[in-house]
Design a binder for this molecule. Structure first.
Ligand code: ADP
Ligand code: MG
Length: 288
């Protein structure tokens, strides 16, 4: 049975916009010594700005952006939403015959019998597209039209201001091991990591590889201490479900994320995690 004091703790958390799905999770927060973060939408805003559009010449730049936007018109990923935003015009969705979001890769769309691929270098490789990887500060979104490489859109995300508060707070609480798992490029991940002081980074991971990385960390710990994973639920619902404690950003996050998680942070402020841990500590003092 759950001691009554936990209900007070859960109530206190909920008044602070933190939904804790059970007293056991509040109690477990006391034993967290490792925090694993997703990057996009968790530490960064998930609102990407277009920095550069490069066309191979197959299509003009305007058409390239238009096709990319068509390719993303049904996407759930923040990258897709940002490209749609940058295009800024109405998409004639009736022309779209097929849409598929390939988690951790990108999208495949059929528009008036023509195929558009929009996504990572991994997507291009997977589809056998001949292309050139670019090395630039930002995330490159590659576009192929009818299986021919058409160019890329270079986009860039911003840190959430609140993310530094979160890291500071965790340092103050003495939680030392901070890890980032991301599907994005290594260079982007490292730049976000160095701004925040997260040095242990695993990048270019597919959703199932994020789970494997988490399991690797668990094995290392040999049952000592708990791991909390904080994500936004886009392409990380499997890790959220797998972690000792899965915490999801409920603001932008998907219903699947909220379902898969043990703790939901109801707005876009990841530093609320600090409050949750403090409430857990107080609750333990009252209960025991
Ligand atoms: P993160 O771990 O940073 O949240 P994801 O696992 O969600 O990243 O995505 C990994 C990569 O897959 C992205 O960096 C991007 O290159 C690509 N990707 C995924 N979905 C899309 C999409 N809808 N459009 C373009 N690229 C995408
Ligand atoms: Mg994410």
């Amino acid at each position: 049975s759950i001691p009554l004091g936990f209900f007070g703790g859960i109530g206190g958390a909920s008044r602070n916009g933190i939904l804790v799905k059970g007293g056991n999770y509040l109690e477990a927060l006391n034993d967290v010594d490792t925090i694993v973060f997703d990057k996009t939408g968790t530490l960064t805003k998930g609102i990407f700005k277009v920095k550069q559009i490069y066309s191979t010449g197959l299509l003009d730049q305007e058409k390239l952006l238009e096709y990319a936007a068509c390719g993303e018109s049904y996407a759930n990923h923040p990258i897709g939403k940002s490209i749609l935003q940058a295009y800024g015009k109405e998409i004639e969705r009736v022309k779209i015959q097929h849409f598929e979001e390939i988690p951790g890769f990108g999208t495949r769309t059929v528009l008036e019998d023509k195929e558009i691929l929009v996504g990572s270098g991994k997507l291009m490789e997977r589809e056998g597209i001949v292309f050139e990887r670019i090395e630039a500060a930002g995330t490159a979104v590659y576009i192929a039209f009818q299986k021919v490489y058409a160019g890329y859109i270079l986009i860039d995300d911003e840190l959430k201001k609140d993310a530094s508060l979160l890291i500071q707070g965790l340092n103050q609480l003495g939680i030392k091991r901070l890890v980032m798992l991301t599907g994005d490029h290594k260079t982007v991940a490292e730049s976000v990591g160095s701004s925040l002081g997260i040095t242990e980074i695993y990048a270019e991971l597919l959703p199932h590889e994020k789970v494997a990385a988490l399991e690797g960390l668990e094995r290392e710990k040999q049952g000592k201490g708990k791991i909390l994973f904080l994500g936004d639920g886009i392409n990380d619902a499997p890790v959220l479900a797998r972690a000792d404690i899965g915490a999801a950003m409920g603001g932008l996050g998907s219903d699947a994320a909220i379902e898969a998680s043990d703790i939901v942070i109801m707005d876009d402020a990841p530093s609320k995690l600090i409050q949750a841990i403090k409430i857990a500590k107080k609750t333990r003092k009252i209960v025991y």
